[in-house]
Design a protein around this ligand. Structure first.
Ligand code: ZN
Length: 222
């Protein structure tokens, strides 16, 4: 007999950045129990994990950090290797060099294993096709495909949620505002490739994207 879908609990793939923190609060509004999972894969800035830890502690979210060093062994890139510079600009039809092949595939698979162990069906990830940037595993078709594969692989009813899939950075700020966490997202999350919390260095591609979205939202905010 199939297990009943647990509607009360959810697991969020959590990096401590703007997108996944917005998803964390999205989940907290909807589920009684929210668990956050972060991955340690030798990120350029271990501070990212510290930031994720701080947010979970402050907002009382159970937090797991899973070691995924393997990812760095398989796919050394600018986010994990200090000797490879992050692209300042990149061609829009090819992934930037911050791309790690298979990252979301691996993250979501490990999260699903943990979810099943905890009798949790709902998995939330902050991937967005609007910010696609050439990342194939941020696409809706990939998430839907993986959902089917995970369900078949574990004979279990996972339900994957992607609150940011069809919205851009401006609308992500708007969502944070609707969730009444705009200031938390602005001041306590880390998106910057140079490891500077909040508004960041202001100069890297992640800071540009984040700030442009914020300014666009401020311009239309009532
Ligand atoms: Zn930056």
């Amino acid at each position: 007999m199939k297990a009943l879908v647990n509607k009360k609990s959810a697991i969020v793939v959590f990096s401590g950045g703007q997108d996944s923190t917005t998803c964390l609060f999205w989940a907290k509004k909807r589920y009684e129990e929210v668990i956050a999972v972060s991955f340690d894969y030798g990120q350029r800035h271990a501070f990212e994990l510290e930031c994720a830890k701080d947010i979970c502690k402050k907002y009382e979210v159970e937090h797991h950090i899973l070691n995924l060093d393997l990812l760095n062994q398989l796919a050394p890139n600018s986010l994990t290797r200090v000797d490879i510079a992050v692209d300042k600009t990149h061609e829009t039809d090819t992934p930037p060099n911050s791309f790690v092949d298979g990252r979301n595939l691996l993250f979501l698979t490990f999260v699903a294993i943990l979810a099943k162990q905890r009798n949790i069906n709902h998995i939330i990830t902050g991937v967005s096709q609007s910010d696609f940037s050439g990342y194939p595993d941020c696409r809706d078709v990939f998430i839907k495909s993986l959902n089917v594969t995970l369900n078949l692989s574990m004979d279990y009813e996972f339900v994957m949620h992607t609150p940011l899939m069809w919205i851009d950075k401006m609308e992500t700020w708007q969502l944070a505002d609707e969730l009444e966490v705009l200031d938390i997202i602005k001041n306590e999350t880390l998106t910057c490739y140079n490891g500077i919390i909040g508004d960041g260095c202001g100069d890297c591609p992640a800071c540009h994207l984040r700030r442009n979205g914020y300014n666009a939202y401020m311009a239309i905010r009532k």
